[in-house]
Design a protein around this ligand. Structure first.
Ligand code: NAD
Length: 484
């Protein structure tokens, strides 16, 4: 199997915040890999723009260092970094002042796709949009890419949407959620809508419940100050877990096209029920040995921000009424593991008698590590001695099933940035989706703030607070083990 690379016409990409952490760790390595793959044609240009005083030569050296540090050993022949450096340039620029804007405008080519990646804090989004307009760079060929966090509640998200809408149409705005760029997440749609096998069973009549877990082993580390103002609900659930939930739960879109898909996702968010206090468990990790606890990372020693959250969520629509969705995410957990598990109901009657036990099919979509899909199928335990049943996984780990090319699949940032250049918004969040997600999230947060709920302390390296286990136990269900 050979992956197909379709070159795109030459484009100009400006990275505002081109010296920042995200640019170094994700955006520049992603661009480099697409360059190595042969997707960029002669004449394509990448322009870093940030406050630091640098010239083109400094920036090229800066990017080469970032590539060496963060490119995960992706193989490129010698000389490729030098070739990539030739398409790079840099402008020292202040989003809040006049400095640098005329220089940037002078670098733009007419009549080609222009993308501006806002890899800066959201407080600068409005100023950047305004400046692009003032300096004649906000025309119909322009696309802007904005990073999370897209607001911290409904009113700030609305303000950001308004600020961008002053100068750009919705069709020009690409709100990134890198989870949507993951290969397996797109495979989720391929599995649902490309097979006859699953979709007829994809409803409350056959699905007992769905679990979505995004577990991290890292703590908040150096991001403590930012994270403490956010917490797991805002940082992970409102965006990433919500997007996964939407793709699992949405109705089949008529076409795999941006608005068809996003219309269906929006309907899911609007059908989410209010979450009651006893359907929420929040936690904060404790120190372990020489590893600091959550409170050691943040300024307020009595912070009540959660580093873990588990929720039981209901979708009130024809397809899902009665099938709960359990979501959980947290830091400093026992393994780095993200997965979606669709747990089907047991057969209505066991012809094998009680000793055979009751079994369920589980479809697991693993996002990381070992991206792939498992389907637990019930079979007879081999050997004599009667009909005993066991569950065995039909395991499709992509790298095993698809060979070495599967390891070379573009990562989320590579795919999403090239989608921006190609003008495909299917995997980006629309403004109304983001607002609907905040409209659901806000009352949940307001609820625990009003009640003064404190997060429950949990051991580092555990699966989170015991109470999160109880959230499922009392429904006669259990979480799948968090394991790498
Ligand atoms: P950072 O602090 O490392 O870098 C910020 C960049 O913005 C720098 O290049 C800086 O020069 C530039 N900048 C700041 N003020 C400016 C101004 N007035 N004019 C021009 N440039 C200015 O931040 P980061 O970690 O790269 O994050 C950037 C954005 O991406 C943030 O909104 C962050 O929340 C988001 N994000 C970051 C990550 C990550 O892994 N770092 C992940 C997801 C989202």
């Amino acid at each position: 199997m050979v992956s197909r690379v379709i070159p795109v016409d030459p484009f100009d990409l400006v990275i505002f915040g081109g010296t920042g952490d995200l640019a170094r760790r994700k955006i520049l390595p992603a661009l480099f890999r697409r360059f190595c793959a042969g997707q960029m044609q002669e004449g394509t240009r990448i322009i870093g723009a940030a406050r630091a005083e640098m010239d083109d030569v400094d920036y090229r050296a800066f990017v080469a260092e970032a590539l060496i540090e963060f490119n995960d050993g992706h193989g490129c022949e010698e000389g490729t970094i030098a070739a990539f450096q030739r398409i790079l340039s840099y402008v020292t620029l202040d989003a809040l002042g006049e400095n640098g804007w005329a220089d940037l405008a002078a670098k733009m080519h007419d009549g080609r796709v222009r993308a501006f990646y806002f890899s800066v804090g959201p407080s600068l989004f409005g100023a950047l949009a305004e400046k692009l307009h003032e300096h004649g760079m906000a025309d119909s060929d322009t696309r802007i890419v904005v990073e999370k966090p897209f607001g911290r509640d409904l009113s700030t998200a609305k303000a950001l949407n308004r600020a961008l809408a002053d100068h750009f149409d919705e069709g020009q705005i690409y709100r990134i959620d890198h989870y949507l760029g993951k290969e397996t997440v797109q495979n989720l749609m391929a599995i649902r809508f490309g097979n006859m096998l699953f979709e007829p069973l994809w409803n409350s009549q056959y699905v007992d419940h769905i679990q979505i877990t995004v577990a991290e082993t890292v703590g908040v580390g150096g991001r403590g100050e930012y994270y403490d103002r956010s917490g797991a609900m805002r940082d992970m659930v409102q965006n990433h877990l919500m997007q996964l939930l939407c793709l699992i739960a949405m109705e089949p879109p008529a076409k795999f096209e941006p608005d068809s898909v996003r219309d269906e996702k929006l309907k899911v968010i609007r059908a989410l029920d209010e979450v009651l206090p006893d359907q929420i468990v929040r936690g904060q990790y404790l120190a372990e040995g020489d590893k600091p606890g959550y409170l050691d990372h943040v300024e307020t020693t009595d912070s009540t921000t959660e580093s873990f959250i588990a929720l039981k969520v209901h979708i009130s629509n024809w397809r899902w009424a009665g099938t709960p969705f359990y979501l959980r995410t947290g830091k400093r957990l026992k393994a780095r593991s993200s997965e979606i598990a669709v747990v089907f109901k047991a057969t209505p009657h066991s012809i094998f008698g009680p000793e055979a036990g009751r079994h369920r099919n589980i479809l697991t979509i693993r996002l990381q590590p070992n991206e792939g899909i498992d389907l637990d199928v019930t079979i007879k335990e081999p050997g004599p001695g009667g009909m005993r049943l066991i569950d065995v996984p039909l395991d499709m780990t992509f790298t095993e099933a698809l060979g070495p090319d599967a390891e070379d699949v573009a990562d989320a940032y590579e795919r999403l940035i090239m989608d921006v250049v190609r003008g495909n918004q299917t995997l980006f969040m629309r403004g109304d989706e983001v607002e609907a997600a905040w409209a659901w999230t806000d009352p949940i947060i307001a609820g625990w703030e009003t009640r003064g709920d404190d997060p429950i302390a949990y051991e580092s390296g555990s699966s989170g607070p015991e109470e999160a286990l109880a959230l499922m136990h009392r429904d006669g269900r259990k979480w799948r083990e968090v394991r790498a």
